[in-house]
Design a protein around this ligand. Structure first.
Ligand SMILES: *Cc1c(COP(=O)(O)O)cnc(C)c1O
Length: 477
């Protein structure tokens, strides 16, 4: 633990449940040590991503328990993991094993969910730019779809007509088993990170509810389509205050009530409240917890939990972030302008958001020695740099840590969501290997490969290697 930058760490354990994360940091330290000892990290494999399988299972169980504790008995609840937060097939399979489905937003994400064996009825398709082919496939498979806008709803209309359009393979499609809804934007406002604020007045997502005529259009859309049974909103992500997320859910619930009242039957039977629970990147503590959020929701919107509505959630970051660590070897330790700089193998390729927007996405860094043991020593202000060839490629700037030296390791914590599974191919840096770890029952750690490291042959192949002569073969004009 001592190597960890512990900003604000003393809040830990004051929160309820498993909020403390003390066991998590012990497991992580043990995993780093074992990864070095077992050769997953070393001079020739200077970077790896590590996933805490125990922690992922715990978070999934906490999510289920949090909502089970606030819904009326027998209420159907589907927790669909937002695949974009960690698009790795073994992770989706692990979550499936923990009773979690998948929220997908592209053909690629749907393919990953299917490869992981997530059932169609536990899959939700939400993207803002679905092609006709994607919609047809989703309806043919029985995947839930939330229509983003009137044009998309018109495409779904055409697919729902039993005899007109041709389905997969050219045969007429039966009306689909898919649960269908509309995504709305309650326009309640954004959070502190503009790029992740989905409920601003001009957000590109969903039907902007407060725009002139929009609410009436939504009510009519449901009145005319008995098969529209869900209502969806996802009002933000990291940076949005909890109170605003709750406002978004309350506004969505109020609309569901209005639709059902005005058409005189409980047609909307499921509310999809989206994801977006923020993650605490400043310390080990998990805060807010799912239990806190679920209780706050029930207090603010009791009617949503009285048994009349099924629920869908779409959490991403909050399920995975705390359970991932990028560990990178310090290749060189130098000094520039009086400041120590540790040049490591983790930078923009694995921590893109942090490198390009360090103010919005600061990461905790832990220092380990060459054997993967937490590094001791007085805190020294230093930069932790990445391997890419531009000056801004810094994991952390002016950070107080035990002085990192050649052959040590620097770990970027809380990177299990939107980091190492989101490789950015700058400088053709290879995608690192990712390994899941769990205690082996004998005091050590055991690893499973989640994704192998990208090879140089793969880099060449993915960079047009098979077409090397394609351009010189064109006429010279
Ligand atoms: C990104 C996204 C999520 C997940 O957001 P997190 O902040 O990772 O929980 C859920 N639903 C939709 C529609 C999204 O776009």
């Amino acid at each position: 633990m001592s190597g960890i930058d512990r900003t604000g760490d003393d809040v830990h354990d004051v929160h309820e449940g498993r909020a403390g994360g003390g066991e998590r940091s012990v497991r992580r330290d043990e995993a780093v040590r074992a990864a070095v000892e077992q050769g997953l990290l070393g001079p020739d494999t200077p970077i790896a991503g590590l996933l805490d399988v125990t922690g992922i299972r715990e978070s999934a169980a906490e999510l289920r328990a949090a909502f089970d504790a606030v819904v009326a008995p027998g209420t159907p609840v589907l927790h669909a993991f937002a695949v974009k937060a960690n698009p790795l097939v073994p992770v989706l399979r692990l979550l499936r094993d923990e009773g979690i489905g998948a929220e997908v937003a592209s053909p690629g994400e749907l393919a990953l969910a299917r490869a992981a064996g997530v059932a169609p009825e536990r899959t939700v398709l939400d993207s803002p730019a679905k092609t006709p082919a994607e919609l047809r496939e989703a309806l043919a498979l029985g995947i839930a779809v939330n229509a983003d806008n009137p044009q998309e709803l018109a495409r779904i209309d055409a697919l729902m007509l039993p005899h007109s359009p041709r389905g997969v393979g050219g045969t007429p499609m039966a009306p689909s088993r898919s649960a269908l809804g509309i995504r709305v934007n309650p326009q309640i406002g954004g959070g502190s990170i503009e790029a992740l604020s989905t409920a601003t007045a001009t957000s590109k997502f969903g039907v902007a509810l407060r725009d002139e005529g929009a609410r009436e259009w939504v009510v009519r859309a449901y009145a005319e389509r008995p098969w529209l049974t869900r209502l969806h909103a996802h009002t933000g992500s990291q940076g949005i205050p909890l109170s605003r997320m709750i406002e978004g859910v309350a506004a969505t619930y109020a609309l569901a009530e209005e639709i059902n009242r005005r058409i005189g039957r409980p047609q909307v039977d499921t509310v999809d409240i989206g994801g977006g629970l923020p993650v605490n990147f400043a310390s080990e503590a998990t805060t807010p917890t799912y239990a806190q959020y679920a209780r706050m929701l029930r207090e603010a919107v009791p009617g949503l939990f009285d048994g009349r509505y099924g629920l869908v959630t779409e959490f991403g970051r909050s399920l995975l972030a705390k359970h991932g660590t990028v560990v990178a070897r310090v290749e060189y330790a130098k000094s520039a302008g009086g400041r120590p700089v540790a040049v490591t193998h983790a930078g923009v390729q694995v921590a893109t958001r942090t490198v390009y927007a360090p103010g919005s996405w600061p990461l905790r860094i832990a220092a380990y020695d060459g054997k993967g043991r937490p590094k001791e020593g007085p805190a020294v202000v230093q930069d932790v740099a990445g391997p890419a060839c531009f000056a801004g490629d810094l994991l952390a700037e002016g950070r107080e840590l035990p002085l990192l030296e050649q052959g040590d390791y620097a770990a970027a914590l809380d990177t299990g969501a939107y980091y190492f599974a989101h490789h950015y191919a700058y400088n053709s840096l290879a995608r690192p290997g990712i390994y899941g770890f769990a205690p082996d029952g004998a005091g050590g750690m055991t690893f499973a490969t989640v994704r192998t490291a990208q090879t140089l042959d793969e880099i060449v192949a993915e960079s047009g290697g098979a077409h090397a002569a394609a351009l010189t073969a064109l006429p010279e004009g």
